[in-house]
Design a protein around this ligand. Structure first.
Ligand code: NI
Length: 209
């Protein structure tokens, strides 16, 4: 099943579900004020579960080309930045992943800035004005160093401090598309590591946990 699932017109319900279950609880600014928050990268060389969410939950990843930008960036970081990617899922407006790197803060901030720039370039080339207008507006309320804001601030990071938590989060990641009713089995979702853990080919190399 392709990722174009918003055609079922169930997005408002899903957005509420996400806001309650999934969304970063505090902004990056709040996290900085709070210091060592539960939702920041606490030990930069250990595996963390992280979430990146598109501004206003806009469905940017209904386009396979935009998902490819994410996969290419992770692959580059696996080869050049020591990134270990243990699991991921990409939904139409957010993604979850569990990763580790010698400097995870740096890897994640480069991931967000690089993919934002490439995705905006793609949307501009494709004249996706409806989404670009919203991303331009989203930026206005935020920062002034760029024309668009693609990603919400922060990654809502959680340290995977033991085996049980790691397994729970991998299951959580892989079950996202099932819970949303997009597929019957996790490994049927094209844009996640579930197929890798089911012994099938995936779109990107995964570091098996
Ligand atoms: Ni989710």
């Amino acid at each position: 099943m392709q990722i174009r699932c918003n055609k079922f017109n169930i997005v408002p319900t899903l957005q509420r579900w996400n806001a309650a279950e999934d969304a970063p609880a505090s902004s990056y600014t709040q996290q900085k004020q709070m210091g060592r928050s539960r939702y920041t990268i606490t030990e930069a060389d250990k595996p963390h579960f992280m979430t990146c969410t598109v501004m206003e939950w806009l469905p940017v990843f209904t386009r396979p080309e935009t998902v490819q930008i994410l996969l290419d960036c992770w692959q580059y970081q696996q080869q050049h930045a020591g990134l270990k990617l243990y699991g991921y899922v990409v939904l139409e407006n957010h993604l979850h992943f569990i990763a580790q790197a010698p400097d995870l803060n740096k890897a994640v901030s480069s991931f967000k800035s690089y993919t934002a720039r490439k995705i905006i370039d793609h949307l501009e080339a494709q004249h996706v004005e409806r989404i670009l207008d919203r991303l331009r507006f989203a930026k206005l309320a935020h920062r002034t160093d760029r024309e668009y804001q693609l990603w919400q601030e922060g990654v809502h990071a959680e340290l995977m401090f033991n085996e049980t938590i790691m397994r729970q989060k991998l299951d959580y990641i892989h079950n996202n598309p099932v819970k949303r009713g997009y597929v019957n089995l996790p490994e049927h979702w094209r844009y996640s590591s579930a197929s890798h853990y089911a012994g099938l080919a995936g779109l990107i190399d995964i570091d098996s946990w």
